[in-house]
Design a protein around this ligand. Structure first.
Ligand code: NAP
Length: 313
């Protein structure tokens, strides 16, 4: 396809960027997970389980929940949800802690996620204090964040994992690349920056206090945007040939858009994720793969403990 419009400031590529659609990659991942789930279910007599804890229902959170439970069904994972009630934040926190503790002890639940954002006044700390790090499949526990930071295996937040997967699927050489990550949240920006450093990219993390964002972005071979600011990155800010991963989800005039101005960026980038349809579909598929991995890791821990017990004099 040939570009039909040129940007005033940026050199324009002769062809439009390759669109990194999430759906085909997500299908591939789900097929792999479904095969592993079947093997696990045969060996254990029950499928792996994912429990979603919802504290304070809202329309978007119920839509997300339904989608996730349907995705569980598709691959054979037993999905369930716990609705935490309570009139006050203190009651909700007590309910949340009790629900998570029960799920920690349930051998047929391998992964737990707590729907975010929590209601006003309910502290994330309540979840962190309660959740078993071995069941924390969305990587919110500081133990998992610390393992990632130090380069050990732990659970990575699924969104950061999906963004990294998109970087890989773009085909860009990560080793030695200049990467800019816009956003420093514990669920997207920071874990992604850690993973890119681990893969030998040179990473600059930008945030709302960053001076001259354009200069930082212009030097980047890989740009990941997770700021929640529509139109934050435009084509004229990009280095020609950059790979652009847009994690943002915003609603503008009733339409879902990302943080990147797609029309101008696709004329300069070499590969770009659309919103919707890019990182989002991959996130759910990877979350399912985390449930499967949690189940396998819990088996390893049980076997190691049994072996220790057997070797005692
Ligand atoms: P967040 O916790 O609000 O963090 C946003 C980050 O962006 C912060 O670090 C903030 O800087 C930075 N930022 C805000 N405005 C900026 C600006 N003008 N210039 C540079 N940096 C700026 O959000 P999040 O949870 O990380 O999510 C980020 C986006 O990803 C949101 O749009 C969210 O809806 C989306 N998301 C997508 C998925 C998916 O599956 N695709 C999943 C989760 C989230 P400070 O730290 O200085 O405040």
């Amino acid at each position: 396809m040939t570009a039909t419009r040129s940007s005033a400031a940026a050199p324009v590529a002769a062809t439009l960027a390759r669109r990194l659609e999430g759906a085909p990659f997500a299908t591939e991942i789900r097929e792999r997970v479904a095969a592993d789930v079947a093997t696990y279910a045969k060996a254990h007599g029950h499928p792996p389980g994912l429990a979603v804890v919802v504290c304070g229902r809202s329309a978007p959170s119920m839509v997300y929940l339904e989608r996730l439970l349907k995705a569980c069904d598709q691959v054979g994972i037993k999905g369930s949800f716990v609705d935490v009630e309570g009139e006050t934040p203190a009651q909700q926190e007590r309910g949340l802690a009790a629900a998570i503790t029960r799920l920690n002890d349930d051998r047929e639940v391998n992964g737990i996620i707590v729907q975010m954002p929590l209601p006003t006044g309910v502290r994330l700390r309540t979840v962190i204090d309660a959740i078993d790090p071995l069941k924390d499949i969305d990587g919110i526990h500081p133990l998992n964040a610390g393992l990632l930071r130090l380069g050990y295996e732990g659970f990575i937040p699924a969104t950061a994992h999906a963004a990294l997967e998109m970087v890989h699927r773009s085909g860009v050489e990560v080793v030695g690349a200049n990467a800019v990550v816009i956003g420093r949240s514990p669920v997207v920006g920071m874990p992604l920056a850690s993973m890119l450093v681990r893969e030998h990219a040179t990473v600059t993390v930008c945030h709302s206090k960053t001076r001259d964002l354009t200069a930082k972005v212009r030097g980047a071979d890989i740009v990941v945007v997770a700021a929640g600011q529509p139109g934050l990155v435009t084509g004229d800010m990009l280095k020609p040939g950059a790979v652009v991963i847009d994690v943002g989800i915003n609603v503008v005039n009733g339409k879902i858009v990302g943080d990147v101005e797609f029309e101008s960026a696709e004329r300069v980038a070499t590969a770009i994720t659309p919103v919707p349809g890019g990182v989002g579909p991959l996130t759910n598929a990877l979350l399912l793969s985390h449930v499967m991995r949690a189940a396998q890791r819990q088996d390893d821990v049980t076997e190691t403990a049994a072996a220790r017990q057997d070797s005692r004099p």
